[in-house]
Write a protein that binds this ligand. Structure first.
Ligand SMILES: Cc1ncc(COP(=O)(O)O)c(C=O)c1O
Length: 332
């Protein structure tokens, strides 16, 4: 469904933050192993330096995950992005030595995707590990209409996503995926005399940071079973169509849409930062729908994110009316 390469291994974790952490732990282990260093045994002190590359608009939880793995913020190379938050392919530096390149499927503000094909080709040629944070955007792969947005994402080595975002299962359900079989357990495996020995049956704690954990797969199975492939594609397409409807109606009414609405995210400015903040507060107070505030490349915005199976087209119309009511009432 997500179009990942055959043989890809995965693990259920608490969310995309831990999915990034888990996949990047595998990345760290693999790039250092290729350089002749066993990080599981010898730690990071004295290890060959690892170049870690991210886009300027990487989600803060990606930086947090990297920090937990010993890659401090000051040492990370941050690449410039375009107006949608996509890494510009022309700015990828020449790569050599152990390297992890972190790309993004679905920017939290704009919904934009990094240009995977253009970035994966040089990264893979240089032997770098490519990781993709696809907390909600990786789901584009499950819709034939949206899949062109994430073209080339399957060329990465690892991916992080959430089931508790667009698949709408309850909170605390992320997924880490790693292409090369055996790489994830190499970083995560655990044994103890009192535990059953890993045998023919997969031992989940050999794939995740945690030992004890709940059966997150049950809800994911249930959601996928009830939606089916076409039901999931319909959900994704419907939310994106609803996002475009928000953008079109608000633009018609004179509001400024700050992003290209390619997925399910819409950024709206109502004039000055102060006016935008007041509209966001009024919409939240009104309670018809909930939209948060954000700042996109220096501009205050209201962030509309459409991602619920329960949102109907009538809800969207009611929400648009509520936003425009706030605009009129505040006279911004
Ligand atoms: C791109 C991206 N990465 C990571 C995260 C963190 O996800 P979680 O809250 O599931 O840890 C988010 C959350 O919105 C996100 O949008």
């Amino acid at each position: 469904m997500l179009g990942l390469p055959p043989g890809t291994e995965g693990a259920f974790v608490t969310g995309a933050t831990m999915a990034n952490f888990t996949a990047l732990a595998a990345a760290r282990h693999a790039v250092l192993a290729r350089a002749g260093w066993d990080v599981a045994s010898d730690g990071l002190t004295g290890a060959p330096p690892v170049t870690v590359i991210v886009g300027e608009e990487a989600h803060p939880t990606l930086l947090k995950s990297l920090g937990l793995l010993g890659f401090g913020r000051r040492g990370i190379v941050r690449l410039p992005v375009d107006l949608q938050g996509r890494i510009r392919p022309d700015v990828l530096p020449r790569l050599s030595g152990p390297t992890i390149v972190c790309l993004q499927a679905g920017n939290i503000n704009t919904g934009a995707f990094d240009p995977f094909d253009a970035l994966c080709t040089p990264a893979r040629e240089a032997g770098a590990w490519v990781h993709v944070d696809g907390a909600f955007g990786l789901w584009a792969q499950a819709s034939p209409r949206l899949a062109p947005l994430s073209r080339g994402v399957e060329r990465a080595d690892s991916w992080a996503t959430d089931a508790h975002k667009w698949l709408n299962v309850p909170y605390d359900c992320g997924l880490a995926f790693v292409r090369e079989p055996g790489t994830l357990p190499a970083a995560m495996s655990i044994s103890a005399e009192y535990l059953p020995a890993s045998g023919a049956q997969r031992s989940p704690s050999d794939f995740t940071p945690e030992l004890s954990r709940r059966a997150r797969g049950v809800e994911v199975w249930a959601a996928l079973r009830s939606l089916g492939r076409s039901g999931l594609a319909d959900l994704l397409d419907r939310n994106c169509r609803q996002a475009r409807r928000f953008a079109a109606r608000l633009a018609e009414a004179g509001c400024e849409i700050l992003n290209e609405v390619v997925l399910n995210q819409v950024l709206v400015s109502f004039g000055s930062p102060e006016a935008t903040r007041r509209v966001v507060a009024a919409v939240q107070e009104d309670g018809t729908c909930w939209c948060g505030g954000t700042v996109w490349q220096g501009r205050a915005a209201m962030r509309i994110s459409v991602c619920s199976w329960a949102t109907t087209d009538a809800d969207v119309e009611r929400s648009i009316e509520a936003i425009l009511r706030a605009v009129r009432r505040l006279d911004v």
